[in-house]
Design a protein around this ligand. Structure first.
Ligand code: ADP
Length: 197
């Protein structure tokens, strides 16, 4: 049966979490392209798996090229993109799986859509914060160059806004910290929440 109160776990979810010996959460990374969301997600997943936690990364590029290939980058399409991802995250959550999401999710409105669907208690918003200058210098996928040349429209940070989260669960400065340090801080903060007592 569907549980309408987002802050009360369904019995079936509790049973699944007990079998997996963990509390499920959605770890929602937000930040500019090149800030480090994907890199951190992959390493975080590896480390959590090593500690016996069942988790799953939902990566933006896979979603964009497959599930949501019908969507573009207009405000409405960005909202729809996140809405679908949040619904999928919710399914993982209900299965007891820790879900790691690596999406730019640039605006408060977009992140609120995700938070509403997932439920405030289970939505751990982590701001992967790196200055636009550092992200542009890294230019991992060459997207900033293309955006500057006008070859990509609505590019976050250049021609489309990024609103810093006002009250994230955690902020990680990836322009100051190493990848390892960033992941360690995240693990330290989420461990008390995902560990069964
Ligand atoms: P995003 O998924 O946010 O677009 P990526 O993970 O694809 O970003 O790219 C981030 C790049 O920044 C990678 O090349 C990574 O090696 C580098 N990097 C440098 N320092 C960090 C850090 N502390 N955390 C994450 N990535 C970092």
């Amino acid at each position: 049966m569907q549980n309408n109160n987002q802050n009360i776990k369904s019995e079936v979810r509790k049973t699944k979490e007990a079998i997996l010996n963990q509390n499920a959460k959605v770890i929602w990374f937000t930040g500019l392209s090149g800030a480090g969301k994907t890199t951190i997600s992959v390493l975080l997943e590896q480390k959590l798996l090593k500690q016996g936690f069942i988790c799953n990364v939902i990566d933006g590029d896979i979603i964009r090229h497959k599930l949501n290939k019908d969507l573009g980058f207009s405000e409405n399409d960005r909202l729809e993109n996140i809405r679908r991802i949040a619904e999928i995250s919710k399914m993982f959550l209900e299965t007891g799986v820790i879900t790691i999401n690596a999406f730019v999710s640039p605006t408060e409105k977009i992140r609120n859509v995700a938070k509403e669907i997932i439920g405030e208690n289970d939505f751990l918003e982590i701001f992967i914060n790196s200055s636009i200058e550092v992200c542009e210098n890294r230019d991992v996928k060459g997207l900033y160059k293309k955006a500057r040349e006008g070859k990509i429209s609505d590019f976050t940070g250049i021609t489309s806004p990024y609103e810093n989260p006002k009250n994230p669960f955690l902020e990680v400065r990836t322009d100051i910290l190493s990848i390892e340090q960033s992941v360690e801080i995240i693990i330290k903060n989420i461990l008390p929440l995902i560990k069964k007592d």
